[in-house]
Design a protein around this ligand. Structure first.
Ligand code: PLP
Length: 461
């Protein structure tokens, strides 16, 4: 079965092939590597009593052992094992800081987002948690200035294309529903948020005594991968003293390629930036990378300091305590899988991976454009194609039922799975390339299914 409809990664282990490209491991290679991993764990388990109960390392020990940036070329599994011995929580925290610095550098995020200064990265479970924690930080920061009784005057701005995760964050954060501005977008801007509309709305809100405090822009919206213009939006946020969050949950991964990096130009203006490594970066769910410029702002909202958690390193402010950057206290060693991805693939292979998906989406787009019964609804930017079957001129609902029907018949073949969205009242089909094993032959096969089902449907009218 081809599963082409979503961006979530079902990660398989890949290895470098003799010709330089990446190939999925075959069953024997997978077995061999998995056995090595199990042996490693079993040996550790057998000799567990030889280790001190608590790690004896000093803060910062790991950064002295690892390079400053992710490798360009893949490392072998053997080398990765050697570079990493027994693992406890200091390693988990320090590795998270290091790999998020690596990833920030790969994305060319401003230095303010690196862990060496006042900011840094943290792995959240999901983009929803990421936007929630930064919204809480922004809310409390503003309330410290304007007074804690002003909660009901705080206003959030975003586009009507923003993921509903923001709306959920507002609900949890006590923001009045009527103070969440979902600003309208349309096809003239390819569904990107207009800085002019934002400015006008903010001015109106200030005039009636409300307090703008949070702007969320998206790079790669869920419906159509629209890209909000970060630079002008960020400047507006800054001039109004607002927190500026960028949600690049899906498309952030593409920005590791120099030719796509311009989509996050303006990220210098952001207070926080988020990308889901579990969407399009070969990392298994869950792994959502969040960077902030002012880690204190997060800690001021999320920190608690009960007696049973007190320890010398934290009291002396010598370490990052990620418990103050997230909702739960306990946390998983998620950085390990992101580190493995960066080490095992290397930057160049990861870039090839993204480019290949975008190329496959481009090929699909060409096929659709050549068939005059279809239309591309909004220009493709990354690896998603939004298209639909054109309705006849006398169609009462502009072809919505027709396309709904087409989607149902195509998906019921069991050979391909597409999803849909609605843009400007039009029901639209979404063809997303994002699964690691998708090849050109799958794309052409999927298009053939679509064409055949469309022909049958048109004949039956
Ligand atoms: N933001 C965007 C742009 C998304 O596409 C999605 C999910 O598809 C989300 C946020 C929510 O992601 P999560 O499931 O990690 O909360």
């Amino acid at each position: 079965m081809l599963c082409l409809s979503d961006h979530f990664v079902l990660s398989v282990l890949w290895i470098e092939h003799r010709d330089g490209g990446l190939r999925p491991m075959d069953a024997d290679q997978l077995r061999e590597h998995a056995h090595k991993m199990v042996d490693f764990i079993a040996d550790y388990y057998k000799s567990i009593e030889n280790f001190p109960v608590l790690s004896q390392v000093e803060p910062g020990y790991l950064s002295r052992m690892l390079p400053d940036s992710a490798p360009n070329h893949p490392e072998s599994l053997e080398d990765i094992f050697n570079g990493f011995s027994w693992i406890t929580s200091p390693a988990a925290t320090e590795l998270e800081m290091i790999v998020l610095d690596w990833l920030a550098k790969l994305l060319k995020l401003p230095d303010d987002f690196l862990s060496g200064g006042q900011g840094g990265g943290v792995i959240q479970g999901t983009a929803s948690e990421a936007v929630l924690v930064v919204l809480l930080a922004a809310r409390d920061k503003m309330l410290r200035t304007v007074g804690k009784n002003a909660l009901e005057k705080l206003v959030v701005y975003t586009s009507d294309q923003t993921h509903s995760a923001l709306q959920k964050a507002c609900q949890i954060g006590g923001i009045q529903p009527e103070n969440c501005r979902l600003l309208e977008t349309d096809s003239t801007s390819n569904y990107a948020l207009s800085p002019d509309v934002l400015c006008e709305t903010i001015a109106h809100d200030i005039a009636i005594g409300l307090i703008p405090f949070f702007l969320c822009a998206t790079v790669g919206t869920t419906s159509s991968t629209a890209v909000d213009p970060l630079l002008p939006l960020g400047k507006i946020a800054k001039s109004n003293g607002m927190w500026f969050h960028v949600d690049a949950a899906y498309a952030g991964s593409a920005c590791i390629c120099p030719e796509y990096r311009h989509y996050i130009d303006g990220v210098e203006e952001a207070d926080s930036f988020n990308m889901n490594a579990h969407k399009w970066f070969l990392t298994n769910f869950d792994c959502s990378a969040l960077w902030i410029k002012d880690r204190n702002a997060l800690a001021q909202s999320l920190s608690t300091n009960p007696e049973y958690l007190k320890n010398k390193a934290s009291q002396a402010n010598m370490v990052v305590d990620y418990k103050d950057w997230q909702i739960p206290l306990g946390r998983r060693f998620r950085s390990l899988k992101l580190w493995m991805v960066l080490q095992l693939y290397g930057i160049e292979n990861l870039q090839c991976y993204i480019r290949n998906h975008i190329k496959l989406a481009q090929q699909f787009e060409v096929l659709v454009a050549q068939d005059l019964r279809f239309e591309i609804v909004t220009p493709r930017i990354f690896s998603l194609v939004c298209f639909r079957l054109l309705p006849s001129q006398n169609s009462k609902d502009h072809g919505n039922e027709l396309n709904h029907h087409l989607l149902d018949t195509v998906n019921s073949t069991g050979k391909v799975f597409l999803s849909h969205t609605v843009l400007s009242g039009k029901y639209i089909l979404r063809f997303a390339v994002g699964a690691p094993l998708t090849e050109e032959r799958h794309v052409t096969a999927a298009w053939k299914v679509l064409q055949d089902e469309a022909s049958a449907l048109l004949r039956s009218l």
